[in-house]
Write a protein that binds this ligand. Sequence first.
Ligand code: C2E
Ligand code: MG
Ligand code: MG
Length: 877
Amino acid sequence: MPATRGLVILTGLTTAAPAWSAESASVASVVQTPLIVAVLGLLAMVSSSMALLLWRSLGRARWQASRIQRRLAQYENMAGNLPIGLHEVVDDEDVGPKFIYVNDRALELMGVSRLEAEEDLYAAFSNVHPDDHEQVLQNHESARKQNTPLTIEARFIVEGRQRWLRIESWPREVNGQFTWPGCTTDVTDRREAELQFRVLFEQSPLAIMLHDADTGEVLDANRQAWSGWGYDSIESFQAAKPHALMGPEYGEEQALEGLRLAARGGSDRFEWSSRHADGHVLWHHVTLTAILLSGRTCVLGVCLDITERRAAEHRLRESEAWFRRILQDVDGVSVQGYDADGQVRYWNRASEELYGYSAEEAIGENLVELIVPPEMREEVRQNLQRMLEGEDIENGELELMRKDGSRVPVYSSHTVLRRAEGEPELFCVDIDLSERKAHEDALDRMANYDALTGLPNRRLMGVLLEQMMVRARRAQSSFALCYLDLDDFKPINDAMGHEVGDSVLVEVGKRLHRLVRGSDLVARLGGDEFVLAMDSIGDGPELEKRLRFILDGISRPIELDGRHFQVSGSIGVTLFPQDDTDPDTLLRHADQAMYRAKAMGRNQFSLFDTEIEARVSEQRERLRKIEAGLEQGQFRLHFQPKVRLASGRVEGFEGLVRWHHPESGVLAPARFLPALDRTGLESRFGDYIIEQALQQLQHWLQGGLDLSLSVNISGPHLLSEGFVDRLQDLLSRYPDVLPERLEFEIVESAAVTHLERAVAVLLAVGDLGLQISLDDFGTGYSSLSHLRSLPVDEVKIDQSFVRDMLTDLNDYNIVRSVIGLAEAFGLRVVAEGVETPEHADALRKLGCEIVQGYAFARPMPEEEVSGWLSKHHEESS
Ligand code: C2E
Ligand code: MG
Ligand code: MG
């Protein structure tokens, strides 16, 4: 028989009653039973005394009989009005059980009429709930047959309403015959309360069990309990031996001891392991509470399943152990565990390698004192404290200390491991950065230093130079920036090979380093170019002395593998802040000065002149404007006629350039030609003028004017690369123009600097058919030999002689000799700057036939030429 039944019997409740309903049930029976017994006792007494009286003196005391009848009626009335049903049943041998007494309340509760009930006792059970019917009849039959007390609790449906009735009867033997007096009570309220309680019990997410404290027997358990342990019913759960539920850590005895302990102490709480029906281990948080049920010591166990939580904790512990194992051997990641006081508790192999302490040496020591350099210890201790207080400490790079005292760069991060129990554990994870630092250093070297000499390269030099400028400005001091270029390096490189060349450069780098002061900068720009920046130095004798010292130092012979080499250097210097500009320009200025030093001869230095530079930049600006003007066609030729004195005939025109400047008006050549001198633009400009002349000649031809035109050609233009080719090309574009109509005026001085070349070009130009005139003759180097060697057709007497020939005998004589010379060489002679008829007259007398000057016309724009020509013809005819 299941244990529950045992308990129910023990507490005197019906089969289905839960364990803790026992007490309330007992209370109900205690309240009702004496009343019923008293009433039934009374009834028994009354009926027996009545029988006795009737038997003994039937006729004797009639008045007494009526008195008793009154009494009986009174009792019956009393019993009939009680709130409980009363009855007495007799078991008649012939007709079976039947009521010998039943009060109205009993009939009302069972929902039958007196007639029906008295006719057939079983009619009283006709309203029993169909589910309970069988049980009720069985109980009734067995009690009747065995003469045992009867207790039934069953549902009755009366007038459509269900109520729980409790029917109790006790056998009573009177003269060998058994009767069953009993009572019926309405227990609906209690049953419903019990039902609600049961539902709560059954539906609780907690496993709830009631144990016998002595035997451990499970008296009751809710679904959560039996299903949670893997059983399909409470019976199978109860049937499992208690020890079968015990976990790996407890034996049966221990479990029982636990129950008894709780029973004695009133309650207990603990975590308990047990086995599931399938054998796996379950963990519960258990609260045991002792309860006394009808004198029996029971223990109520409420169990919360914590298997998952324990498993998670276990997994965590396992993974922690696993990580510790991994960390133990991981390469390059040093892990140190320590407690709140800094005492080392864990020290992996990488820590041993990084810091040089074995685990045995490190564990137990103070981490801060072990690996933190003295100057950082206070800060680290404070950080440690902050970490323990829950603050986050930033990870970062720092230098820690090895056993041998050397420093090692690491990336260090920190963690605090807090557990439910125990002190927090701190962990430090350090990654060795030495290799990365070395790599970074190497990259930095590659980016900032010259691979050959190890000196700062151009990039770093720029940065350092900028810093020096900032420092000098702040300290109001100065420095000298020197650009050094080796003089004779290329031949060494070419003749001896690059390896030797490299060695020479390395040696020069080393020397420079030794020749300057510590605060000075030495850098290599590349090739054989170096930069020195010498701090706090003026432009006085000190600078000169230092520069000489450096030049001397460089030019000392260099010995390489028994061979001797010698190089010298040229140094260009600029001074900051006198030359107050940006680092790039500063370097360019020093470079320019270096070129001057080179031009001065080897092993020299030269200072950059800021005033010259200012002029240069002005000149640059001028050129820019000229170029723009050229592109916009602002340069045009004006024309001045050359007139034959005898006939007044116009021999041709000289084209003289004018700048039709949009703002400044018409500018004479003196305003802009000097800026073009020896520039890249000079030839372009000259070619443009030649083309203008050709265009003009063509234009005149088209207008029926067969004129000659001379243009002035500068020396550098004439000698420029490809001059003849370009000329040829230009001529070919104007095929109608006879080359003889075009004349070049060249100044003697320009031609004589490169006489041979000039002669060759002029011959080629002459071969193309052009006329050549030697302009400004008499000035500069004019010499007879030039006149002889240069292939010219015409000589122009310089206007300076013409101007004063009438007043200055010297000039008059010069003019006369030039005319004579020209005649001697068979050359045309033209006098320029003829301002008056007197001049013209004098010239004519001396034999000069062609003249040019204000006396005839000033240079005029193209549009005035034909008008002037017509007017001139009129006047001279
Ligand atoms: P140049 O070739 O000797 O030209 C003669 C200069 O004397 C011209 O000055 C002209 O205007 C000026 N002149 C002419 N008659 C008289 C006079 O009676 N009295 C005075 N005082 N001056 C007179 P310009 O036009 O100012 O030219 C100056 C110089 O510029 C020219 O000297 C020539 O060397 C150069 N030049 C002019 N045009 C060009 C050009 O297209 N190309 C080049 N390369 N040089 C040019
Ligand atoms: Mg001229
Ligand atoms: Mg001239």
